[in-house]
Design a protein around this ligand. Structure first.
Ligand SMILES: Cc1cc2nc3c(=O)[nH]c(=O)nc-3n(C[C@H](O)[C@H](O)[C@H](O)COP(=O)(O)OP(=O)(O)OC[C@H]3O[C@@H](n4cnc5c(N)ncnc54)[C@H](O)[C@@H]3O)c2cc1C
Length: 430
């Protein structure tokens, strides 16, 4: 393997692989090298969408303003307007990957028809190989300097990610693309080392915090319902203000709350706890998604009118898992054996209010090992819109999660990685 390249890409995740393909396709005679500190490229892609890989979202174009956070929306548009839903789908179709829209959740998630994330990784690796892109695995970039060209210091790492002394090497490149990811799921490779490398060039880093992650609560319902999963409408509430509402699966855990609904409302709560160092947050659970208090009252009342001799507990069966019915009644200190016709107005009010707006105080978030992505990263105001070249250093580009851009659950994060990788790979200056 030689030491001098036209393009070196640091990190071969979704963004880095896409950047390599784009760079080589647009400059076929250039020499392109991907360096990665783990033993295989695209390891995080393999765990995406629980191994099925939710690669994009059919509503991507319409949801940019709502579903992306961090950087200014104009910056995000400057990339996703150029390489959006159609381009992502065409890119994968051309690699031979057929996609389908999942109808079950009705939120527009796209998956490969094989339902296997490995299809995506294998087809991208095949394209890297077809294009003659070089790959250096188990090699960590430990220092960067720019003289006439970039000087990239690397060292080999062992399976545990420890650097192996005596294996240091110096590589050189005209263009550098940094796609080293964020800090989430460090076991899959992205350990935050990219931020330190980039700081050396004077770039500001917006404090990275874990996003799309479970929340911690010390609430009796979490303890007694641990392991139970059901569909619910959940709302994040910060300092008394309702922030975001989502409907999806909710899972009770011994430590608190999890499931896609919670991951989707966790970002602002994580900012509150982990960036602003505050601690005044709640989650409201509505066990009747889409229904307000009056509608919930009407539903319960009509069931009780139909079966006035039923016990309180049985009257709730069929609405949600049986264990939930009994546990909530016990928590509210309502006699579950009471005949519904004997339930007082006060008890009826307490039950319907709790089922439509049950408040759980949040005491913190889980950590990096459970966060699907990172909020924060390289400050986008120091990166050029539309090209992703650094405003501080010529021929230095960024893409993927290392930038201060994060999206909602539903294919928005991979979409950002594909799109920003493709645009960075254009190497507009080069
Ligand atoms: C469990 C889970 C499920 C997810 N599911 C989805 C989903 O279904 N849909 C969706 O849109 N998003 C999903 N995401 C988010 C998505 O996977 C990421 O946003 C995306 O993969 C980020 O890609 P990236 O290339 O920017 O970073 P990464 O994939 O993290 O790649 C960065 C690479 O850089 C390498 N690297 C880091 N530092 C160095 C260094 N100093 N030297 C050399 N190499 C280095 C790392 O080894 C790594 O391979 C999920 C994430 C997780 C954790």
């Amino acid at each position: 393997m030689k030491n001098t390249y036209d393009v070196i890409i640091i990190g071969g995740g979704a963004a880095g692989m896409m950047a390599a393909i784009s760079a080589k396709r647009h400059n076929p005679t250039s020499s392109v090298l991907v360096v990665d500190r783990t033993f295989a490229l695209g390891r995080k892609i393999l765990v995406c969408g629980a191994g099925r890989c939710n690669i994009t979202n059919i509503n991507l174009a319409d949801k940019i303003d709502d579903s992306y956070h961090g950087a200014d929306k104009k910056f995000i548009h400057s990339i996703l307007d150029k390489f959006g839903y159609n381009e992502i789908v065409n890119f994968f179709n051309e690699l031979g990957v057929e996609l389908y829209v999942e109808r079950k959740t009705n939120v527009g998630k796209l998956f490969p028809i094989t339902d296997q994330a490995s299809t995506i990784v294998e087809m991208m690796l095949d394209e890297l190989s077809r294009l003659g892109i070089e790959i250096m695995l188990v090699t960590e970039v430990i220092d960067l300097v720019k003289k006439d060209s970039f000087k990239v210091s690397v060292v080999n790492v062992d399976k545990q990610g420890n650097q192996i002394k005596g294996t240091e090497k110096l590589l050189s490149s005209t263009n550098l693309i940094v796609s080293a990811g964020g800090r989430s799921y460090p076991a899959l490779g992205s350990n935050g080392s990219g931020y330190d490398l980039i700081k050396k060039f004077g770039h500001r880093i917006i404090k990275p915090i874990p996003a799309a992650l479970p929340l911690e609560a010390k609430h009796p319902l979490c303890h007694f319902l641990q392991g139970v999963k059901l569909e619910a409408e959940v709302t994040s509430i910060i300092s008394g203000e309702k922030i975001k509402t989502r409907t999806d699966d909710l899972m009770f855990k011994k430590y608190g709350l999890s499931g896609p609904s919670i991951l989707n409302i966790s970002r602002e709560i994580s900012v509150h706890f982990n960036r602003e160092d505050r601690n005044n947050a709640e989650v409201s659970i509505n066990f009747f998604p889409g229904k307000n208090l009056e509608e919930v009252r009407a539903i319960i009342k009509s069931r009780w009118d139909k079966r006035p001799t039923q016990t309180l507990e049985k009257s709730l069966y069929g609405l949600f898992p049986n264990k939930v019915a009994l546990t909530i009644l016990k928590y509210l200190e309502l006699n579950h054996e009471k005949i519904v016709s004997l339930v007082s107005t006060e008890e009826f009010n307490l039950l319907s209010e709790s089922l439509s707006d049950l408040r759980i105080e949040i005491i913190g978030t889980r950590g990096w090992n459970e966060a699907e992505f990172t909020a924060g990263g390289i400050d986008s105001t120091e990166v050029k819109e539309g090209s992703l070249e650094s405003k501080l250093v010529d021929n230095l580009y960024f893409c993927g999660e290392i930038l201060d851009v994060d999206g909602d659950v539903g294919g928005f994060n991979l979409s950002w990685s594909w799109a920003s990788g493709f645009i960075a790979g254009l190497l507009i200056r080069y």
